[in-house]
Ligand binder design. Structure first.
Ligand code: IVH
Length: 700
């Protein structure tokens, strides 16, 4: 969430303390509130669109906190363009269908220089001219088309393309995209502006997202476009908020009072409104212009080749360029044919693909027991990278693509990173070939595999399965878990194969003698391994929990649990209900977690680790006590400790804080110059504490 609420412009004046805020009249609050929204939006624009923040994250957060405090005190003031509206809205039950004012069409395709020339010829012929036509060229994003509708400057709808005539309003997800302005930057915005563009996911963010999917035991996305589309279809906007979607504008729908003369003007108009547009090539580390005015078809072709050369260096996927007649007058004259405009063409690149043969389909067993089919292929070069393996994810995927051992297949790299089989060349299929079906038993331990309802993966459930053990150990020692660097994958394979290690705790029972007896194991490295193991004993609770490799418990979740429960004993004792109380933990995680901790063997293994002096200490503030459990505090006035620290202190002792005094308030902690909140407390007969009384309460 941090990235959403980061940096942005000038703090014109000091932010208001809640004490000062409490004394505001509604009118004063309204004016300060609008000022805050405008200021925060300006900072957000500077950070996300211009890449030029002028205040620190901390300063931004402070303003944002002030905004949230005001919104909780004066909910009637909340504006639709408040940055608080980007995140945290509730899931909706379905998307509303909305008709496009102007249909969203598709583009005719070109695949070569000849095709672009032919397009240019058609344009000239239609316009009965022999003069060069000016083209606006830009990248063809490989994402999801979107129409943003601004009414009097305010973002009111965001429609998917749908069938071109009717789309779905996905505004709750679109609002989470930080670079999309919730209000246009204009004193005098058009009454209506329909901005078209593409929602995409950068390659880097796609990779991260897929790593996270795997960590959660979910099937990774095939490519960035699927990931973006899948995200936009989610009814819970928190999912979109947690993924870094981006948006680039490239076209206009209806706009009665924004009438650019050229595409170029349209783009600068958009830029002026604070909408994300292409063209900042330097931002991506090279000097090629990302969108370009070309004086003729020949120049457009030059651009077509130039972009082809740098496409892999771009942070996102493109599948070509789009060549558009720059002048709107000419566009209007050219009009449409069937469902595509005559004034534009998508000049696509041959996807960088390779052809190779599937030697076999191997089945890998992961740490959670998931069986993953992987195509092992004859090495093939695709865009300068040699590909040998491609995951087939699960049985459904195998069936859908009907990939069989011996097949000749077309491969590419999804999102320029992940090898993927696109299709099978059926003509080349050997007559003896048979459909591939995942085994009913684990290929490693031969136990039956199971498939949970609603899940696409089948799993080996045998906790003693060697494959699972190896993968669990690899995870256990990994850098972000117990960080036992000296133990590599090879050593784990050997230790498991030799039966020396059958569980995590065995790592801490390893002796010099055990290790030196292994093949090719030197004295120095043996000592290093033992030292590393020893060092790993001092760790944090969150690392320890993460290392245990419980399903759905990634680093983030482990941290949440560690923070809430503080020590391993409390974690062991935690009930499912208590886990559900942790902000950010849902029923799926809570169930998986407590089901694991209900297993005697699992808990015994943790206890064995503790006995071997593995000492998970908490790194973050822990719940020091539950002395204040069930109590709600309102803090007001000037106190000797920073407000955030007091809040944390209260929470650490199990209490809650609130910004307004009500009958439900247990105590008002009042410092010097406390104002209306103190009055309210007296009025409602809520107990008032001064600082010494509060300290006493905590230390009791
Ligand atoms: S201009 C009449 N510019 O390609 C449509 N489209 O095949 C004019 N697309 O649905 C669209 N990048 O989603 C345009 N720079 C770009 C584009 C772009 C991707 C998509 C768009 C459209 C599809 C048409």
């Amino acid at each position: 969430m941090r990235w959403l609420i980061r940096n942005t412009g000038l703090i014109k004046r000091r932010s208001l303390s809640s004490l000062q805020m409490a004394d505001l009249t509604l009118k004063q609050a309204k004016s300060r509130y609008s000022e805050l929204v405008a200021e925060l939006n300006e900072h957000s624009y500077k950070y996300h669109s211009l890449d030029k923040p002028i205040i620190s994250d901390r300063q931004y957060d402070k303003l944002f906190d002030e905004l949230l405090a005001m919104e909780s005190q004066f909910p009637e003031l909340i504006q639709a363009d408040s940055p608080s509206q980007r995140v945290g809205s509730e899931p909706i039950s379905k998307f509303e269908k909305v008709k496009h004012r102007v249909p969203m069409l598709s583009l005719s395709n070109s695949y070569s220089e000849e095709d672009i020339f032919a397009f240019d010829e058609r344009v000239k012929k239609f316009l009965s001219t022999s003069k060069d036509i000016e083209y606006f060229c830009d990248l063809k994003f490989d994402g999801l088309a979107m129409e943003l509708i601004y009414e009097n400057g305010l973002l009111t709808q965001a429609l998917t393309r749908g069938d071109g005539f009717t789309g779905e309003n996905v505004i709750s997800n679109i609002r989470t995209i930080a670079s999309i302005p919730l209000r246009l930057r204009s004193e005098n915005p058009p009454s209506l502006l329909e901005v078209r563009g593409e929602v995409i996911l950068f390659k880097e963010d796609f990779k991260l997202l897929n790593e996270q999917q795997v960590e959660l035991g979910e099937v990774p996305f095939a490519n960035p476009r699927n990931a973006a589309a899948g995200t936009i279809r989610q009814l819970d906007p928190k999912i979109a908020a947690s993924r870094r979607l981006r948006f680039f504008s490239y076209g206009l729908g209806e706009s009665p009072d924004f009438k650019p003369k050229t595409f170029e003007d349209m783009v600068s108009g958009f830029e002026g409104f604070g909408l994300p547009v292409l063209g900042l090539a330097k931002k991506f580390g090279h000097n090629t212009r990302l969108s370009k005015i070309c004086a003729s078809a020949a120049e457009a072709i030059e651009y077509y080749h130039a972009i082809h050369k740098i496409r892999h260096a771009l942070p996102f996927d493109i599948d070509g360029i789009v060549v558009k007649v720059n002048e709107y007058k000419l566009q209007a004259a050219l009009g449409f044919i069937a469902r595509s405009p005559r004034w534009a063409t998508a000049a696509k690149y041959e996807p960088e693909q390779g052809q190779t043969i599937v030697e076999k389909i191997a089945v890998q067993v992961g740490r959670t027991g998931a069986l993953t089919p992987v195509a092992i292929m004859q090495p093939v070069d695709v865009g300068g990278v040699t590909i040998t393996n491609a995951t087939l994810h699960n049985q459904q995927e195998i069936d859908r693509k009907d990939v069989r051992p011996g097949d000749t297949v077309i491969v590419h790299r999804a999102g320029d990173v992940i090898p993927e089989i696109i299709s099978v060349i059926l003509d080349k299929r050997p007559s003896s070939s048979k459909r591939f079906v995942l085994p009913k038993t684990c290929p490693v331990c031969n136990e039956m595999v199971f498939q949970n309802e609603g899940e696409a993966v089948s799993r080996c459930m045998n906790p003693l399965c060697r494959a699972r053990l190896k993968e669990s150990l690899k995870h256990f020692v990994s850098r972000r878990a117990m960080n036992i660097e000296a133990i590599g994958d090879k050593l784990i394979e050997t230790l498991v194969e030799e039966g020396i290690v059958t569980r995590f705790s065995d790592l801490y029972r390893l002796t010099y003698k055990d290790l030196i007896a292994l093949e090719r194991q030197g004295e120095k490295s043996t000592q290093k391994i033992l030292d590393n193991i020893e060092k790993s004993k001092t760790t944090t609770l969150s690392r320890f929990l993460y290392a245990l490799g419980i399903r759905f418990v990634g680093e983030q979740t482990a941290k949440l649990i560690a923070k809430k429960f503080g020590n391993i004993e409390s974690v062991i004792a935690a009930t499912e209900e208590q886990l559900l109380e942790v902000d950010g933990i849902g029923p799926k995680v809570a169930e998986a977690f407590s089901s694991e901790f209900s297993k005697k063997k699992f808990v015994a293994e943790i206890q064995a680790l503790l006995k071997l002096e593995v000492l998970p200490a908490t790194e973050i503030s822990t719940q020091a006590s539950d002395k204040l459990s069930g109590l709600t505090f309102v803090i007001t006035g000037t106190l000797p400790m920073e407000r955030d620290k007091i809040k944390t202190l209260i929470e650490d002792h199990g209490g809650k804080t609130s910004s307004s005094v009500s009958k439900k308030t247990s105590y008002v902690l009042a410092g010097d110059e406390a104002g209306s909140k103190l009055e309210k407390a007296r009025e409602l007969q809520v107990k008032v504490l001064d600082w010494p009384a509060f300290q006493k309460l905590i230390s009791l």
